[in-house]
Design a binder for this molecule. Structure first.
Ligand code: FES
Length: 124
């Protein structure tokens, strides 16, 4: 979930929508990719990872996967972090390079197979 300052009603609506997306993905209704865009993530190359996520989804004509960003979660050493929520399970990938993104999307997002060599955590 993107961290944002709430300045007006529109901001509050956007926050509510993004929370709803996340809950729906967690309950298994939707596949979601979340990229950590905290300071440490950006310093470690998260912008390029996010760009590659968007590019790869476009190349594959995948339009039913939600993409979100999140802030710092206290795991600087493993940034860039990329989470995939699919089938109600959340898997965290660490030290993700842009060149890893097509594999994560092909294996996990499309075929439901976790890319074990890059996975650093999971939650059901
Ligand atoms: S800035 Fe990296 S863990 Fe907070």
């Amino acid at each position: 979930m993107t961290q944002m300052k709430i300045r007006n009603l529109d901001d509050l609506r956007k926050l509510r929508e993004s929370s709803r997306d996340l809950s729906s993905a967690r309950s298994g209704g939707e596949t979601m990719i979340i990229v950590g865009m905290g300071t440490c993530g950006i310093a470690a190359g998260a912008r390029d990872v996010l760009s590659e996520v968007m590019a790869e989804l476009a190349r594959r004509n995948i339009d039913n996967v939600a993409v979100q960003t999140t802030g710092c979660i206290g795991m600087c050493q493993d940034e860039p972090l990329l989470d995939v929520i699919r089938g109600g399970q959340r898997v965290t990938y660490g030290r993700v390079k842009p060149e890893d993104v097509p594999t994560i999307i092909a294996e996990h997002v499309v075929n439901g197979r976790v890319v074990e060599k890059l996975a650093i955590g999971r939650a059901d």
